[in-house]
Design a binder for this molecule. Structure first.
Ligand SMILES: [Zn+2]
Length: 423
């Protein structure tokens, strides 16, 4: 048997990845805006992450636009921008059928995942996600029967050997089934990862958390600090077990409420209906998912489809003057600027300012889940910067590479596998 470092590199979507010299654990802290690390590194609440930053590598990278969960997780796991992997939102309008579709099906994901290609090459691979909506895409082409594991903490109690490659997950972690709106949903992912690392030392683990805490609490709030203390302790444990630990986020998070605590919303469908008539344009909010209690489907990026007489140019002119709009771009420009797939883009893309969100028609958004707290959300440019922390230093070659340009979050596995200095 060849040793780990002697094994052949694995090619995924045109990039060669070195075989990990020790277990690699990548954690995507959903909604982990760089402001949280800044706050808690500043007040000493996250000593393990502080040590990683000191002894290893840390940077702020450009995430994928729009800054939503699905596009960014897929960028990380495929090592490609959205123009290649095709996942341009959590939700999109299938223009062939005229129907909006959740963008979570593995058949919508183009190219291979790094996990499945390493699994094919003989690595043992684990994918655990808080939100079940990500599970199938992350597990695309992963042959569960061959000892690989893929499950969500959202449906942990229902995990089966046949579907997930593991059962009795509650016993494994010693935790109760966590609720969908809880910090335990994320902690469960990390606990399961620790147990599996102790038990069977898989070669590659991808652990994806949920942004419930970040949607609800700003960095200066006590509950946010409590969450970061909890995850920091678990990152410390993963490192102690000998893993290369890589921390990142899918997107940031910003407060989008006014002085009265109500969401600062541009109801774009209502504005366009008034200007062009009902049914002429259609606004799609690609943040939409089952977690309405997080955000009420209000984010910083929407797509407008021209299905009547209004042209994209007229729509852009109608939108450009609205206070709180940062950019209104036609399809060609938004695809060129943000590396997006044209066949999954609208006619006009609209991005809001950090403190503002954009909705469709006011009557169609359920905001009951937001009662009692300020809306914090994401989707725009202001939430597209994400931290990358690795608990090992980079080689000289990668230090130079990083200094020479803007790091993209889809290069994460390249940095984690090819970029760390071998010790
Ligand atoms: Zn997210």
């Amino acid at each position: 048997m060849p040793t780990r470092t002697e094994r052949q590199a694995v090619s995924v979507n045109g990039v060669q990845y070195r075989w990990p010299d020790r277990p690699l654990v990548v954690v995507c802290i959903d909604g982990g805006d760089p402001a949280y690390f800044r706050q808690f590194l500043g007040d000493g609440a996250i000593p393990n992450i502080a040590r990683f930053v000191r002894q290893g590598f840390s940077a702020i990278a450009d995430g994928t636009m729009p800054s939503f969960t699905c596009p960014n997780n897929m960028s990380i796991i495929t090592g490609t921008p959205a123009s290649r992997h095709g996942i341009s939102g959590n939700y999109y309008l299938d223009t062939a059928t005229g129907k909006p579709v959740v963008m979570t099906g593995p058949e919508l994901l183009r190219g291979d995942t790094i996990l499945s290609r390493f699994a094919d090459a003989g690595a043992r691979v684990v994918s655990i996600t808080a939100k079940d909506k990500l599970r199938k895409q992350l597990g695309k082409n992963l042959e569960i029967g061959k000892g690989h594991i893929s499950f969500s903490s959202e449906l942990a109690a229902k995990a089966t050997l046949r579907e997930n490659g593991i059962e009795n997950v509650l016993e494994l972690t010693g935790m109760a089934q966590p609720g969908m709106y809880s910090m335990e949903l994320s902690l469960f992912v990390l606990e399961a990862g620790i147990r599996l690392l102790e038990r069977s030392r898989p070669d590659l683990m991808y652990l994806s958390l949920t942004d419930w805490v970040q949607h609800k609490y700003a960095p200066e709030e006590a509950e946010a600090k409590r969450f970061y203390r909890e995850i920091d302790a678990r990152f410390g444990r993963l490192a102690e077990l000998g893993a290369t630990v890589v921390l990142t986020a899918d997107h940031g998070m910003n407060d989008k409420s006014n002085a009265e605590g109500r969401p600062n919303v541009i109801w774009l469908q209502d504005i366009l209906d008034e200007r062009f008539g009902k049914g002429d344009t259609r606004v799609i909010c690609p943040i939409t998912d089952a977690f309405v209690g997080h955000h009420g489907a209000l984010g910083g990026f929407v797509r407008v489809y021209c299905q009547g007489s209004a042209t994209p140019r007229q729509v852009i002119e109608a939108i450009a003057g609205i206070d709180g709009v940062e950019q209104a771009l036609d399809k060609a420009n938004v695809c060129r600027l943000y590396d997006l797939p044209p066949d999954r883009e609208g006619d006009v893309a609209v991005i809001s300012r950090a403190d503002v969100c954009i909705g469709g028609a006011q009557a169609e958004h359920d905001l009951t889940g937001l009662r009692g707290h300020r809306l914090r959300s994401h989707g725009g440019l202001s939430e597209a910067r994400v931290p990358i922390v690795i608990n090992r230093p980079l080689s000289d070659e990668y230090r130079l590479k990083e200094a020479g340009g803007t790091l993209k979050s889809y290069q994460l596995f390249d940095y984690a596998l090819n970029g760390v200095a071998l010790s």
